[in-house]
Design a protein around this ligand. Structure first.
Ligand code: SF4
Ligand code: SF4
Length: 135
C-alpha cells in the first residue's frame, strides 16, 4: 500500500500539518476507559467525552479542548512515546514506531470516512458521558 511520502521522515522533522494529518479520526482516545476494581484491567467503554460529536467522532470544540477538559492530552512528537494508552491503531503511534498506516487510513485510501466503516472507530455505538448511567 502506498504510504504518504512524509512518513519516511523522523516524526521530529514532520511539519505541524503533516503531524496533525496522522490522526485518523477514530475517536478512541476520547472514549472513557474503565478499570476493573478486582483485576485492575482497563477496558474501553462506549461512553465518550461530552465534547465528542457523536455524529462524526470529532471533538466539537478542538481549539478549546484543554480549557473544556483540562486533562485532555494534546498528542505531540515529544510525548507520543509516553502515551501507552493510545490504541495500537492510532496514526500518531504508528508513525512514531515507524510502522505503515493501515489500508483504511485516509492518507492511504483518500477516504476520511473509512476509519468508521473498516477501521476501529465505534461511531454510532457511543453515548455521551452526560447520558451515561455508571450504575
Ligand atoms: S486515537 Fe489517535 S488517531 Fe484516533 S482520534 Fe485519537 S489521536 Fe486520532
Ligand atoms: S475535549 Fe475533545 S479532544 Fe479532548 S477528550 Fe474531549 S472530545 Fe476528545
Amino acid at each position: 500500500m502506498k504510504q504518504p511520502d512524509f512518513l519516511s521522515k523522523p516524526i521530529a522533522e514532520m511539519t505541524a500539518e503533516e503531524w496533525e494529518s496522522l490522526c485518523d479520526g477514530c475517536g478512541l482516545c476520547c472514549q472513557i476507559r474503565v478499570e476493573d476494581e478486582d483485576t485492575g484491567e482497563v477496558a474501553l467503554s462506549n461512553v465518550a467525552c461530552r465534547f465528542l460529536c457523536l455524529s462524526n467522532n470529532r471533538c466539537s470544540d478542538y481549539d478549546n479542548r484543554k480549557v473544556n477538559v483540562p486533562d485532555c492530552v494534546k498528542v505531540t512528537p515529544e510525548n507520543i512515546m509516553s502515551l501507552d494508552w493510545l490504541p495500537h491503531t492510532c496514526g500518531y503511534r504508528l508513525a512514531a514506531f515507524g510502522m505503515d498506516l493501515p489500508s483504511w487510513h485516509h492518507l492511504v485510501c483518500g477516504k476520511p470516512g473509512k476509519v468508521h466503516t473498516h477501521g476501529p472507530s465505534m461511531l454510532g455505538s457511543l453515548i455521551s458521558e452526560d447520558e451515561a448511567d455508571w450504575e
